[in-house]
Design a binder for this molecule. Structure first.
Ligand code: HEC
Length: 155
């Protein structure tokens, strides 16, 4: 039941996301130079949901990484002003509206999973690279720190 509700909710969220293609923004995963050595190590196995949730200590590094790697398409501090990529703040807005205590973590975990998968694989539609794949460029510490930062920006 919980799983079904969570999936229906996410399906509704994703339907809101526009698919933009970019002509002027290179779809390359340019490695950021932000120091990630201060992030708690997570090991080689990817977590299904964000292991840093609730850890405010990762937010500064997440922000620096985001602004280096993602802002050119998704807007500085995820402000959605670049209009190349979709508004990432929308991803977690739906979960904020979920009030049932047992559904909320499920919703967040679904978004986590989608976020990490999208970032690792990128988005390729009809042979056009819309979003670069970051697998091998960003480790999971970096990806989850970015996820934490983006989530912290959503009100
Ligand atoms: C070169 C531009 C570009 C860069 C750089 C980029 N993205 Fe994207 N991103 C896109 C585009 C365009 C889409 C929409 C693709 C589609 O739907 O076909 C997208 C989609 C996404 C989505 C799915 C959003 C949704 O509503 O479904 C996530 C999550 C995401 N990007 C995260 C990131 C993160 C995190 C970074 C930095 C590590 C990043 N992106 C860097 C262009 C970019």
């Amino acid at each position: 039941m919980i799983r079904i509700l969570g999936s229906a909710l996410l399906a509704a969220l994703f339907a809101l996301s526009p698919a933009h293609a970019s002509d002027d923004t290179s779809p390359e995963a340019i490695p950021p130079t932000t120091d990630v050595s201060g992030l708690p190590p997570l090991g080689p196995e990817w977590h299904d949901s964000n292991p840093y949730r609730g850890n405010a200590a990762v937010l500064d590094t997440g922000r620096a990484l985001y602004n280096e790697a993602c802002a050119r398409c998704h807007g500085v501090d995820a402000n959605n002003r670049n209009h190349v990529g979709p508004n990432l703040l929308r991803l977690q807005r739906g979960c904020k509206k979920v009030t049932e205590p047992e559904l909320k973590p499920r919703c967040e975990a679904d978004v986590d999973h989608y976020f990490a998968k999208t970032v690792r694989q990128g988005k390729r539609v009809l042979d056009i690279q819309h979003m670069p794949a970051w697998e091998g460029v960003l480790g999971q510490e970096a990806v989850w720190a970015i996820r934490s930062f983006v989530e912290s920006r959503s009100r």
